[in-house]
Write a protein that binds this ligand. Structure first.
Ligand SMILES: Nc1nc2c(ncn2[C@@H]2O[C@H](COP(=O)(O)OP(=O)(O)OP(=O)(O)O)[C@@H](O)[C@H]2O)c(=O)[nH]1
Ligand SMILES: [Mg+2]
Length: 806
């Protein structure tokens, strides 16, 4: 056990032969954008350098870190030839280590060293797990040959080098192999940080944990300790390189309390998909927990597909307005043609539209960013720019839109709710186009030499949530026969299985009633006691019942205590949302075709009758009693007044409470409303106000007259006065919006030589505008959002030292 182990980084898919030959644990981390061979691959976010053997102390553990390998298929079984090859390699390695030769043999001698360094990022260190190879490739054998033990190799590891071309062939070979000697476990996690940071692609971070060994199980304890120590070291290393490390065990639960916090803060980071594959078979690991594991690791992630089924986060941006231009009419025989600069077009609006043909938000997993087009710039001959193209986001019926984070309406407040088919609402309006110089023509200034920039379009992150709109929702414990009922009353074909949680996502079906009417029925995933706390599939899907007007409560006739199950589900509904338990519902006792169920029926019926409820007994399989349920549900529906949520939604989507209106109001804030923040240490004054910010942004600083106009606005809005009252002194820095200025007490700075930096500047003597007011601002630079200037956080960023002074 004293053999030195090393942490080797493996290029891409070469990780697989590596595993079979040397590395004991393989951490393969890849990002989907790389997989798609997009230029926007993530490495820019990723800080750490490629861990080389130099970085890792000799006493480290055998860990392989590979990047790029995507979906892992079953490992190719080792042939006898390969076995002997490995043996030879191990011998060779032993010899080499005895000779203290540092260069390790390469697995693929013909391969070229990879030039592309491993682009690994958020490093998820996973609890290693031994997976024992199965004795025979017996298709019927259970997966129980799995030991939850890490293993320690006494064979040293190889650094495998391979080039991209080689990888492809390796991958193909592996794909072809179906019979696996090794089981593998794939853990696929979605990292939201990366997703948000990334510009146009969400990033799938895939962590595959592989292990394959036939080492002695007696070594379990020692091996475990060593593996644990190695992982701790691994984490330390990563921390030193400021990579975030999360330890997640293979079943998806987090290992320690602290980590739990980390991840639950950001639930996107939870493990998204867990599956285990043995040979050709794929098992859902969710089913295979024993109780102790359950207690130790109560928190578990929800598969990514399920999470994105009804929740999504998208970025929207309205188009910027086009810029106005300065132009003059020049034509033969038309002296003094006057200004003819057109205005810019407005930016495109962002709309959301409900599309009844969509039934999930899954499409927003891949497309996250929505931007409307920008307006065209104005042109000469008084031509105005065209408006930007609008952006319409199609969402399924029943989508609720909230603003993410602290925004205009505050976190969590509903901006829009789309409940009518084809309903289209304005979400963000595009920025106003900047005015051209024609617009600034006055009696005093007939040849204005200034134009405005277009207004920037608003942008925000939105949280979309889908609440299925159905007339009737079928709820009940897992395996009660909910999906079976839906399949017999409608044309829907939900998955039906004799095991709990067959249904992971809600299914919708349309039930014809007579010749004219229909009713939409939703089959929801099974509910367990504690669902409101997240047990089972948790409350993830309970929200869909909020939009169902009538509920059908399915009772599993085969359950030992149907009464208790009934009460448990009722309680869950009440705990989740008291309004849910007030919804009208029907109780259907299923599986009456089975004699045991039929025996339990009289008791159950009497129990409910005491509560004043008349249950219906049915057999979904034989369709007995099914029409009773449909008819009763329909008559209940008819007796209800038209759904109230639609009325509420109407109020929210438009008019006074509309989001577009809120943003419009915010954006048209008067320039007189501002706040001055002083930083004495750096002699900096910051003038903050939405109106001023917008005005500054729209000012085209190229033109001298724009500057004089700005000065006038500062005077008119009272900024100059307020600054003087607060004691601004010569040479102080004043920040307004994105611009930084220097304060001067006199107007001398308007000297002609200074003005040469601007277009359209004239001699002060010629100037029609006088600067009567003392106290002028002198532009020195523009500041970009987020800069910290002398302790003040400016509203803008990055510092652009563009001194305009001589
Ligand atoms: N004998 C009999 N079996 C039924 C009846 N209804 C459903 N089953 C069986 O019960 C099992 C579960 O049925 P599902 O419809 O998948 O149950 P579910 O309530 O949708 O279960 P989850 O989706 O896991 O929540 C299947 O094997 C069905 O064949 C019935 O009326 N009689
Ligand atoms: Mg089902």
């Amino acid at each position: 056990m004293s053999t030195p182990h090393s942490l080797v980084s493996l290029p891409t898919a070469a990780s697989r032969p590596a595993l079979t030959s040397s590395a004991r644990f393989l951490f393969s981390i890849s990002c989907s954008s790389k997989r798609k061979k997009k230029a926007s691959a993530k490495p820019k976010v990723i800080t750490p350098a490629k861990p080389t053997r130099r970085d890792i102390p000799e006493d480290d553990f055998s860990l392989g870190i590979g990047g790029g390998a995507s979906t892992l298929t079953a490992l190719q079984p080792l042939t006898d030839e390969q076995d002997t090859l490995i043996e030879q390699k191990q011998k060779l390695e032993l010899q080499l280590s005895q000779q203290k030769v540092t260069q390790k043999p390469s697995f693929n001698p013909s391969a070229q060293p990879t030039t592309d360094p491993l682009s690994w990022f958020t490093l998820a260190a996973y609890e290693p797990q031994i997976v024992m190879p199965e004795e025979e490739a017996d298709p019927d054998a259970d997966v129980d040959s799995t030991y939850d033990a890490p293993l320690v190799s006494d064979a040293a590891s190889y650094e495998l080098e391979d080039d991209e071309g080689e990888n492809d062939t390796v991958e193909e070979k592996d794909d072809a192999a179906s019979d696996a000697e090794f089981e593998w476990v794939e853990v696929n996690a979605l990292s939201s940080d990366l997703r948000e940071d990334s510009d146009d692609e969400d990033v799938d971070e895939e962590v595959e944990v592989l292990s394959a060994d036939d080492s002695d199980i007696d070594e379990y304890d020692e091996a475990y300790l060593e593996a644990d120590a190695a992982l701790a070291h691994f984490e330390k290393e990563a921390k030193r390189k400021s990579v975030s490390v999360k330890r997640i065990s293979l079943n998806g639960s987090l290992l320690s309390e602290d980590d739990t916090e980390d991840v639950s803060d950001n639930d996107e980071d939870e493990v998204a998909f867990i599956s285990r594959k043995s040979g050709n078979r794929r098992h859902n690991m969710l089913d295979e927990y024993d109780e102790e594991d359950e207690k130790k690791q109560p928190k578990r992630g929800i598969p990514a597909v399920m999470r994105s089924f009804d929740k999504a986060k998208v970025y929207v941006k309205a188009g910027n307005g086009g810029n106005g231009v300065v132009a003059f009419r020049r034509e033969k025989y038309v002296p003094f043609g006057g200004p003819s600069g057109g205005s810019g077009g407005r930016g495109g609006h962002v709309y959301v539209r409900s599309d009844p043909s969509l039934n999930s938000l899954l499409c927003f997993r891949k497309s996250v960013h929505f931007r409307a087009g920008r307006g065209s710039h104005g042109m000469g001959k008084s031509q105005d720019g065209a408006a930007g193209t609008d952006c319409i986001i199609d969402v399924p019926l029943g989508t609720v839109i909230r603003e993410a984070g602290d925004g205009i309406s505050g976190p969590g407040e509903v901006l829009l709710e789309l409940t009518r088919p084809g309903q289209c609402e304005l979400l963000l309006s595009g920025g106003r186009g900047g005015r051209g110089n024609t617009a600034f023509k006055t009696g005093r200034n007939k040849t204005p030499q200034l134009a405005e920039n277009g207004e920037e379009g608003a942008e925000m992150w939105l949280e979309l949530e889908l609440k299925l709109v159905a007339d009737v929702g079928i709820i009940g414990v897992p395996n009660a026969g909910k999906s079976t009922l839906l399949s017999v009353i409608s044309a829907a074909q939900p998955a039906i299985g004799a095991y709990p949680f067959t249904t992971l996502l809600p299914n919708l079906g349309v039930v014809p009633i007579g010749f004219e009417s229909t009713m939409v029925v939703a089959d929801l995933p099974g509910l367990l006691e504690g669902a409101h706390l997240g047990i089972g599939l948790g409350h993830e899907f309970l929200r869909h019942t909020e939009r169902c007007r009538v509920l059908v409560h399915m009772i599993d006739g085969m359950s030992q205590q149907p009464e208790q199950e009934y009460e448990a589900v009722r309680l869950e509904l009440q705990l989740f949302n008291p309004l849910l338990s007030e919804k009208p519902y029907i109780v259907a006792f299923n599986k009456m075709d089975i004699p045991e169920a039929a025996e339990r029926w009289p008791n159950f019926r009497d129990y409910l009758r005491q509560k004043g409820i008349e249950p219906i007994c049915i057999s979904a399989v034989t369709k007995a009693g099914v029409t009773d349920v449909v008819n009763k549900a329909y008559s209940l529906l008819q007796s209800l007044p038209s759904s109230s949520y639609e009325d509420d939604a109407d109020k929210e989507g438009s008019g006074e409470f509309g989001i577009a209106e809120k943003i419009r109001r915010q954006r048209s804030a008067p320039i007189e409303e501002f706040e001055i923040i002083e930083d004495k240490a750096s002699k900096t004054w910051q003038v903050q106000g939405a109106g001023l910010q917008r005005f500054t942004q729209m000012t085209n600083w190229e033109y001298f007259e724009a500057l004089t106009r700005f000065q006038h606005v500062l005077t008119a809005s009272g900024v100059n006065k307020a600054l003087k009252e607060r004691g601004v002194a010569e040479g102080d820095t004043v920040i307004v919006g994105q611009m930084e200025f220097v304060w001067h007490d006199t107007e001398d700075i308007m000297a002609a030589d200074w003005k040469r930096g601007f277009r359209g500047s004239r001699d002060p003597a010629e100037s029609e505008l006088d600067f009567v007011e003392h106290g002028e601002l002198d532009v020195i630079s523009s500041v970009e959002p987020g800069t910290r200037i002398g302790g003040i956080n400016s509203s803008t960023e990055g510092h652009n030292q563009m001194e305009l002074e001589s």
